[in-house]
Write a protein that binds this ligand. Structure first.
Ligand code: C2E
Ligand code: MG
Ligand code: MG
Length: 663
């Protein structure tokens, strides 16, 4: 500002001097020079004043730079004027604005801090002009003279920071820049630097504001995303992602609330555990993607049978569950039936027809439990017996209980069963369909429990296997069956007795040895048939082959039980020393009604005969089936139409009476 005052002062002194000269009219040439110089100064003052007004109201940094460049060029009458400004990184400077010749090509260019005249000015924080050359040593002077002889440059020093500079090149009138030009430009720079610094602060503030805005916007988006993932997490914590049904956690919670409500309203509540029967096979056969699709379809299908107050959930794998509030025993059973029937119907997935079937276990509040764990355990135990006994639906019964408490009781009871001789063998006749005579009999185990009465083998055999007592039991069965058969032979009835052998027996390395010691001779062995299920061959084929050979060597006939329910092909079975096939009752019982079943039975008989095996049809329940089987060439038949399994006493009564015949 002091430079400006000096200039204004000198203008007024000159003006006064001019009056004196004009008065005396001594030197017209001098007067004309002074007038010209005065005009120059007035123009300069006018320019400076305009610049101050303009820059005072300009806050846009780029406009401001441009304004400064234009006005400075006008002020010092330069061909080119440039505004180099230090960059934030303090390593480079950039030409931010320019005016005049070639400025368009230079503006925007960034150069290293130490480069050129700018570098000199930054370093010395002093203006550059030709006069500076006199201060330099010769070498340096030569260098700079070539580069910067026609340049003036002044630093732009803000209140807080060093900003950059204003650089002018080549006077428009081809003269050199004078010290006066330098002083003018220095004064100009002093004034505009504050405005530039302010505008830069404003720009920084705007940038910070923009960043803030941006940050706030991003924060908002992140908050939204967080909310969504929270919702998703919550969903995953409580719902099954595949079917979108409540999962086990949510189900337990709903069951707990249901029990509390039932308790306060004095109502009953039913819990159904639905486990699909053939899902694993379907999944293995069709692949997991199809399996998932089937589970989704099943969820949708069952949903149609769910009432608004029920809770329907997927507990995992192929296990679904339903809570039926405010329902008595009859209603619960009929609702379970509706679910079961829905699952029995085959349904279409793409081009395949699939029927999965299910087993449903039921527990009822309050009679089977008054808390979530007991209710679930009991429904689970019921579901397992439904599956084992192929009953479809089973209501919880303590005797079928495999839950820790029920299981422990059963294990203790089973151990006692041997000492107390609670096992019995029941006998079910097998009829020769050509002679219509009973030629064989199947021995079926029963456990006469002191409290629960007769317990079926489906329940206890598997437990015996698990607690390692199956070999003891099988030894007893073979001994007992053999004793009865020998006795019947003594009384003139030669009957082969079929004994069911568990896979655990065959895998026991001592089995054949024990068998040898049980049989006095191969004659005794010829009184026995061993029934083994086909699935047993899948895993331990090679080892079992030797065991089966040994059994046959002892005179015992080998029979494949429940044929058709497993995975063995006849060609594979052919390689085993097996001479009889028992077609599973699931194909036989309804073969009169189902064309499919009849085809299966027929072709199995044909194939078995071709392979030199005889065929037994089990589960024959009607005379028509019996006749049909005879006409298809089946060798033996077994089933309720002939006789139910009978206790030894009843069976002996039957033997003593007229011969069992058909037709
Ligand atoms: P399995 O060997 O297939 O025995 C036939 C089953 O079908 C018997 O059930 C029998 O009572 C039943 N049954 C017979 N005729 C008919 C009919 O016309 N209709 C219907 N619906 N069912 C009929 P059980 O006695 O309950 O035996 C079930 C299974 O338990 C047996 O199936 C067998 O695999 C196993 N098992 C039985 N006793 C023993 C045993 O002493 N040891 C071993 N390891 N398993 C045994
Ligand atoms: Mg059997
Ligand atoms: Mg069977």
């Amino acid at each position: 500002m002091s430079d400006l005052c000096t200039t204004l002062e000198s203008v007024s002194i000159l003006s006064r001097g001019l009056h004196r000269v004009s008065d005396k009219e001594k030197n017209k040439g001098k007067i004309s020079d002074l007038r010209e110089s005065l005009q120059h100064r007035e123009t300069e003052i006018d320019l400076l004043q305009r610049t101050f007004t303009e820059i005072g109201s300009e806050l846009d940094i780029n406009n401001l730079f441009q304004l400064v460049a234009d006005r400075a060029r006008e002020l010092v009458k330069a061909e080119t004027l440039l505004i180099p400004i230090l960059d934030e990184n303090c390593e480079t400077y950039t030409y931010r604005a320019g005016s005049g010749i070639n400025s368009g090509e230079i503006v925007g260019e960034s150069l290293p801090l130490e480069y050129g005249v700018c570098g000199w000015v930054w370093k010395h924080k002093r203006p550059w002009w030709r006069g500076v050359l006199d201060e330099l040593d010769e070498g340096e002077r030569n260098r700079w003279e070539k580069q910067a002889g026609t340049l003036i440059m002044v630093p732009l020093q803000g209140k807080e920071h060093f900003l950059g500079g204003i650089s002018a090149a080549n006077k428009t009138d081809r003269h050199e820049f004078t010290r006066r030009d330098l002083n003018l430009l220095t004064m100009f720079a002093g004034i505009v630097s504050v405005a530039i610094e302010n505008a830069m602060v404003v720009q920084q503030m705007e940038q910070t504001n923009r960043l803030n805005e941006d940050y706030r916007r991003r924060l908002k988006i992140m908050n939204k995303q967080l909310l969504e993932s929270n919702r998703e997490l919550e969903f995953h914590a409580l719902y099954d992602p595949l079917t979108s049904l409540p999962n086990r956690s949510l189900f337990r919670d709903r069951l707990s609330r249901g029990i509390t409500r039932a308790e306060s309203s004095g109502t009953k509540l039913g819990l159904l555990l639905i486990d699909l029967d053939r899902f694993k096979d379907i999944n293995d056969a069709l692949g997991h993607d199809k399996g998932d699709q089937i589970l989704k379809e099943i969820a949708l299908l069952l949903q149609q049978y769910v009432y608004p107050d029920d809770t329907f959930a997927r507990l995992g794998g192929d296990e679904f569950a339903v809570i039926l509030p405010d329902s008595g025993r009859e209603k619960i059973l009929s609702r379970a039936n509706a679910f079961l029937k829905a699952l029995e119907k085959p349904f279409q997935i793409n081009d395949s027809t699939i029927s999965v079937g299910a087993s449903i276990g039921i527990s009822i509040y309050p009679e089977h439990g008054d808390n979530v764990t007991d209710m679930l355990c009991r429904a689970d135990s019921a579901m397992y017996s439904a599956k084992k006994l192929k009953q479809g639906i089973t209501l919880y019964q303590p005797v079928n209980d495999h839950s820790p408490l029920g299981y422990l009781t059963m294990v203790t009871d089973l151990r006692k069963a041997f000492d107390n001789a609670e096992f019995e063998l029941y006998y079910q006749p097998q009829i020769d369909l050509k002679s219509n005579e009973m030629t064989a009999v199947e021995a079926l185990g029963r456990w006469v429990h002191p409290r629960y009465g007769i317990v079926k083998p489906d329940v206890f055999i598997c437990e015996l296997e698990q607690i390692g007592l199956i070999d003891k039991y099988t030894t007893w069965v073979i001994e007992t069956a053999l004793a009865h058969a020998t006795d019947w032979r003594k009384h003139g009835r030669e009957l082969k007795v079929s004994v069911n052998i568990s896979v655990n027996d065959l895998l026991n390395p001592e089995f054949t040895q024990r068998l040898e010691s049980l049989l006095g001779s191969t004659e005794e062995g010829q009184l026995l048939k061993f029934e083994i299920t086909e699935n047993l061959f899948l895993s331990e084929y090679d080892h079992l082959f030797d065991v089966l050979e040994h059994i046959r060597y002892l005179g015992i006939t080998l029979s494949i039980d429940d044929f058709g329910t497993g995975y063995s092909s006849l060609s594979r079975l052919k390689k085993l020393p097996v001479s009889e096939l028992k077609i599973d009752q699931s194909f036989v019982t309804d073969m009169e009604k189902s064309q499919n079943d009849e085809v299966i039975v027929h072709s199995t008989i044909e194939l078995a005969h071709n392979l030199g095996m005889s065929v037994v049809a089990e589960g024959v329940q009607s005379a028509a089936t019996l006749q049909r089987l005879a006409s298809l060439g089946c060798d033996l038949a077994q089933g309720f139409i002939i006789s139910e399994p009978l206790s030894a006493e009843q069976f002996e009564l039957l033997l003593g009476g007229p011969q069992v015949k058909v037709g």
